[in-house]
Ligand binder design. Sequence first.
Ligand SMILES: [Zn+2]
Length: 439
Amino acid sequence: MREIRLHDTLTGELRLLELRQPGKVGIYACGPTVYARIHVGNARPYVVFALLKRFLEREGLDVTLVENVTDVNDKIYDAACEAGVPSAELAREMTAHYVADTDRLDLGRPDHEPLAADTVEGIVDLIQVLIDSDHAYAAGGDAYFRVASFPGYGKLSNRPFEEMEQGEGDDAADLKESPRDFALWKAHKEGEDTSWPAPWGEGRPGWHIECSAMAEELLGTDFEIHGGGSDLVFPHHENEIAQTEAARGQPLARIWMHNGMVKMGSEKMAKSVGNIHLLHAALDEFGRDALIMYFVGGHYRQPLAFSPDGLAEAGRAVDRVRELCRRLERDAQAPAGLGTYADRLFDSLADDFNTAAARAALFDCVADANRRLDAGETVGPGRLPEMLHALGLENLLDADEHVADPNAERLMAEREQARADRDFARADALRDELAALGW
Ligand SMILES: [Zn+2]
């Protein structure tokens, strides 16, 4: 097994993946809040962590991937109220859409997809431990985390005190000891149609405690990787750290891994900004393969621009791979030397899961294989299947699929004919035309 390093937001460093138990890795990635269909930006962590699991499994590790569904949340109450449907019904409907939409990415499902509504007992127990140890207090039927009781508060996001805005509005300002304190439990309010009993009052959990409880229930504490979008660093993950560490005396996770945002122009793709491209519409428009190629084209930590041009480029990249697969001799050996690209690909993934560098290794392999085929060599698939599998693109090996760009397909056929006719000037001219199309 390679040494695997990942960037840890908590220390700001690349850290060696160190396991609690030999051979076992637990990953918790924050999943969607189900109040609407998910967009391309929401799909990014789904893809990143599905492929990370794949890579770690290839390295021989036994991976448990947990991705929760936040089905109790202010946003859901608000959206259900607007739509005139019960909040639990809206959450169920949107959870079903989420599963169906992400199934179309064809990357497998997480091992566990816990629902907050199914975890309320564990959440209440965790809050009780915090109250009993003075890390939290009940007030007016709510419960709040006492930030001043946890000296490590702020260590993940490293932000100055005045920027620690919990985003909870002013409703509860009178109940909080300090504006930095955040809600663990909210008393039942008029207009909210679900609630659960708790020793300090009927109500429902806050968002942050839901994740602390779901993660602990399935992975314990001090598990290997906690992930999510970089927009969750503060307050969500900062608060998860505080809650679990204060209650259990153990860190929640070892490595905090955050993916960059999908952007439209200079802004993050977000429902609140109003610039979203829904995942199911993007799948209809560009196809699953182009979307996966697009996602792996960026380093997970960097922002990723979403544009029709970018997706079209990803579609052409898919076609290039598929065209090579069509040219391969299935039963033949790959020439010596082609295997080094696979090593480069997996080394890139071991180095902070750099799928962009891995994709570059794949295309150097494609170019090399094409050169050899052009020179008349016989080329077998070699390690291409494992390279494609690592990037979620193993289905491109299916040679029966047609290339998506009919213009390029025609030029390729003409080039093959020119080569067969030994008209090399014509073949070269056609190659230049193809290159101009991005081939
Ligand atoms: Zn979460």
